[in-house]
Design a protein around this ligand. Structure first.
Ligand code: SAH
Length: 262
């Protein structure tokens, strides 16, 4: 099985020790499913102080990562045939599940982590994509990088115990996942829905689909575009369309359409 390569340029390689304690990801490392190489930016720093940052031109607070050490670190990395460089920045495109799916077809991600006030603007030229973890500002790119390594690794074949658990998952289809229950049957007077213990697999499947849709409309209406078409049968006289099917068609934010069959 081929390996996925992560090369991370960071001033804080120790932050990545967390990966050794993250269950599935740790197992993927042990099974050599992923190869994580940390490139300590300090080693590429300049002069006897190994300087990596400097004051911003034009004044202002904070320090800015210099371009030379980052370029040198990037050049030192062996590039694989299907490789992309990601720059961690709150000014990038906000990370989505579909990005993990897209990147999982590559064989290498080089991830550049900023620190302090950020990096010299010329660092942006190294990046194929600029990625933000969300609309907030963290102190460094390490947590976003760990999130990317985590989210992508669990999609790699042979990583998760049960690949089926990826199928219905929230954000794969733009719908949030249905509610889960496990034993006990009654917990603090809260009961598991009868349908889940009915043994009727078809009914359970439909119930889950319905819950996915309800949840998404309830909590993340933004994931569903405004175009919800209701096509009811002509005898109900609610729609002029003479289409015979009685179906609800929903257009998702990702431009896919689904036809719930309940
Ligand atoms: N002054 C910068 C932010 C610097 S935060 C600005 O306003 O754009 C320091 C570093 O942390 C950034 O260079 C980036 O690498 C990382 N970082 C902070 N928030 C982030 C986010 N939401 N997503 C990705 N990286 C982030």
């Amino acid at each position: 099985m081929s390996q996925f390569n992560f090369d991370v340029i960071t001033l804080f390689p120790k932050a990545f020790e967390l990966i050794n304690n993250l269950g599935v990801i740790t197992r993927a490392l042990e099974k050599n499913r992923i190869n994580l190489r940390l490139h300590d930016l300090r080693e590429y720093g300049e002069g006897s102080y190994r300087q990596v940052d400097d004051k911003p031109y034009g004044g202002g607070s904070g320090m800015v990562l210099k371009p030379e050490p980052i370029y040198k670190a990037h050049e030192s990395i062996k590039k694989f045939p299907k490789s992309k460089t990601l720059l961690m920045t709150p000014q990038g495109k906000v990370l989505k599940q579909k990005d993990f799916l897209r990147w999982s077809a590559l064989d290498q991600l080089i991830i550049i982590c900023g620190q302090y006030e950020g990096f010299d603007e010329r660092v942006r030229y190294l990046a194929d994509e600029e990625v933000s973890l969300g609309d907030y500002v963290l102190s460094g790119g390490e947590i976003p990088a760990i999130s990317i390594i985590n989210g992508l690794t669990r999609l790699l074949p042979g990583t998760l115990g049960d690949p089926r658990s990826l199928i219905d998952e929230s954000h794969n289809s733009s719908l949030l996942e249905y509610p889960h229950y496990t034993r006990p049957m009654i917990f603090q007077e809260m009961k598991v829905p009868d349908i889940l213990v009915s043994g009727n697999h078809e009914e359970i499947r439909l119930w889950r689909k319905k819950k996915m849709l309800e949840r998404t409309i309830d909590r993340r209406n933004d994931l569903i575009s405004n175009e919800v078409y209701k096509k009811l049968s002509k005898n109900k006289n609610l729609h002029e369309d003479d289409d015979e099917d009685e179906m609800l068609r929903i257009r998702l934010g990702n431009e896919c359409e689904i036809y719930p069959d309940w």
